[in-house]
Design a protein around this ligand. Structure first.
Ligand SMILES: [Zn+2]
Ligand SMILES: [Zn+2]
Length: 291
């Protein structure tokens, strides 16, 4: 996994335009194909065989809610771009007392707000840049962080649920240790006894589909808890406590935004002025002339 990430970073740095033109469509199509595939598999093949009528109906509601939130948050994350260029004219210049906190971007050739930095793939500076996400085909930053968080959350929840029901179905079909049987795939002279190759491959795919968003969600929980960013995950400069951090990232409705990407939750500010912890080194640093 680390090798793949490093290779992607290397390729993205050397050929940003090529990386975007290849990486974005592949990643987006992967989500758009995998989500309906697992949904159909669950609702028409696995769930009817493991749930009774009442539980099956409840499972339909849960599955639709999760799928709606995966795709909805993915689309909103793409639509709510966090580019500095989207700021109103007056927001692009620092207020005099905060000028020392702004920095100059050599590529954009402009002063940029604190916590924003340049993305080579987007070709612009991003407000409170977290990271560039291939699966939503955009940078995750101040305006769309909420949608990205819930996208990873519902991806993890959906794939975990799918994995659990698939394992239950496997056990009910007579496989006592499903993962042990998977090793049969690599043994030439032995074939699986009670489960088809197809089921093993789907289980394997489900494992991968579960591990990737789960790993990202683990990072994102840490980021939301401490108002940090992906590349500065241990930075506590802007950590104002869990409740305030949630509102800064999710907007005024905080964690209630889990309900729907369409739920209105205005952000507390435009992403240019960031309150620091009173004991922050940056806050107490001597003011330098940015010009
Ligand atoms: Zn820039
Ligand atoms: Zn970007």
């Amino acid at each position: 996994m680390c090798v793949v990430t490093e290779l992607c970073h290397h390729f993205a740095k050397r050929y940003p335009k090529k990386f975007v033109s290849i990486g974005h469509p592949i990643s987006v199509i992967l989500v758009l194909v995998a989500t309906p595939f697992f949904f159909t598999l669950q609702m028409f093949y696995i769930a009817p065989k493991i749930f009774n009528d009442v539980l099956y109906k409840i499972y339909w509601v849960v599955a639709i809610f999760i799928t709606y939130n995966i795709l909805g948050n993915m689309i909103f994350c793409y639509l709510y771009n966090s580019s500095v260029e989207r700021l109103p004219k007056e927001g692009k210049l620092p207020v005099p007392e905060e000028e020392h906190l702004w920095h100059y971007c050599e590529i954009c050739q402009k002063l940029m707000p604190p916590r924003s930095w340049h993305c080579a793939l987007c070709g612009c500076c991003i407000l409170k840049r977290d990271h560039h996400c291939l699966f939503t085909a955009t940078c995750v930053g101040h305006n769309n962080h909420r949608y990205f968080f819930w996208f990873t959350f519902y991806m993890t929840l959906g794939t975990c649920l799918s994995l659990v029901t698939s394992l239950v179905y496997g056990i009910m079909s007579g496989i006592s240790i499903p993962f042990y049987d998977m090793f049969y795939l690599f043994m030439k002279d032995t074939s699986p006894t009670s489960c088809s190759y197809c089921q093993y491959i789907i289980l394997l795919l489900n494992n991968v589909a579960c591990a990737v968003p789960a790993l990202m969600l683990a990072f994102q929980i840490q980021i939301v808890c401490h108002n940090a960013t992906y590349y500065q995950i241990f930075d506590r400069t802007y950590d104002l406590g869990f409740r305030k951090n949630c509102k800064l990232i999710m907007g005024q409705r905080g964690l209630w935004t889990f309900l729907s990407p369409t739920l209105k939750s205005p952000l507390l500010h435009d992403g240019t002025q960031w309150q620091m912890r009173p004991d922050s080194k940056l806050l107490n640093a001597p003011k330098a002339n940015v010009n």
